[in-house]
Design a protein around this ligand. Sequence first.
Ligand SMILES: [Zn+2]
Length: 80
Amino acid sequence: MSLSPNPQSDFERSSFIKPCDYCGARLAVFVSREIGSEEHEYTCPECGKQYPVHAALEPLVSVMEPRTDGKDDRYMDTLF
Ligand SMILES: [Zn+2]
């Protein structure tokens, strides 16, 4: 009789801190990865700019430091 070791261990949780390119807010991003992860997107809560990330589930984002550009507009991909 053998016990399978940690059947849930396919998920690898990780987090990283990344400043938003657009508004300068520092974002803490928490993702769960697994083999063959699809590409998801996370959204900067401060300006709405989206970033791709490889993750098994929807990434969680929290703002560590607010935006630094002093504006309150929203990022738009099609600005012109
Ligand atoms: Zn932003």
